[in-house]
Design a protein around this ligand. Sequence first.
Ligand code: NAP
Length: 358
Amino acid sequence: MQPGSTNYIEYEPIGIVGAITPWNYPMTNAAGKIAPALATGNAVILKPAEDSPLSALLLAWIAHQAGLPAGLLCVLNGPGELIGEAIVRHPLIGKINFTGSTSVGRRIGGIAGGLLKSVTLELGGKTGFMVFADADLERAADALVYSAFNNVGQTCTAGSRLLVEAAVAERFAEMIVSRLSLLRIGDPLDPDTQFGPAISARQKDDVLRRIADADRDGIRRLAMARFPLPAEGYYLAPTVFLDVDPAHAVAQEEVFGPVVAVTPFSDIDEAIAIANGTRYGLATTVWTGSVMTAGRIARQARSGIVWVNTVHSLYPGSPYGGHKDSGMGVEMGEEAVRNHMKSKSVWINDGSWRSPWA
Ligand code: NAP
């Protein structure tokens, strides 16, 4: 410290934050963006996805009823290419907090970089879900089915790549079949429903196209009893591909539907190599009875989240974000709060300062 000087740091709000959210989990995604922005003194303009535009309006109405001053939270509906991009480019919006696909995130990151604008990107994922022979296999099977088929697989952290130790692969597949046959299929508005339809005809068609590509390449499917789907609605049957080459598209690309690619592994080195072998790096899941295995995978996983003997655990105080093509920056945790503020280093001298040249 300079003699006669004092220095302190002020943290100021950025100003206006543009929050752009995807159609899956619209409330959670919006809340995760609004909370740190408002808590640090910013105003928010929220653009929800056109496929799920209404809950954001309800959330803003509830905030208004709860006494949030007018103008601190505005919802702007409209198509991403038009409204979303206008938000990203607007000179008075100082930060963009985006959740969505890697392709749109890359575009937004490019524009924000050109404008020297702060940006947080929460993007796609392809979670490697590892099951070792020493795991509690019953619980691991419950976890895989919940992780991969909850919200019909339309989850960025869905356990869509099942890596299972070869010695138990066949037994584990049978456990999955028995659990899938018990899923309660039906109306998504019924609280008892576990497995509803896809969000849209477009999403359903996209998933079916990816399944057809894997079928065409001769990848074997896990045999299941007929899955009774409702006649109306964009329903998709759960699909599990077996013995998938880790380089195949169905093991590499985000399907965003109820599709799991299973690849057996022989040892921990192979499991880690396969789990890390995609362009994504959002989450890694491991089921094992060995603390040494868990610790080694936690250290070597190239992802922003690692779940050991659990899935989809979240806590607002813990950072949530992806490595590699799964994003930049985090939501939640202290880091998310910090990145909604600008720091200012203030120096005040008591009058004793003299130029070194004087
Ligand atoms: P998306 O197509 O990338 O859209 C996301 C949002 O961006 C929507 O509001 C969309 O608007 C808007 N948008 C589209 N083009 C834009 C542009 N050029 N400029 C600005 N905004 C634009 O993603 P999605 O299909 O809605 O959501 C699925 C994806 O989100 C998956 O990849 C999933 O993994 C990812 N996701 C990631 C996380 C995470 O935390 N990492 C969480 C949930 C979902 P419109 O749709 O209204 O056109």
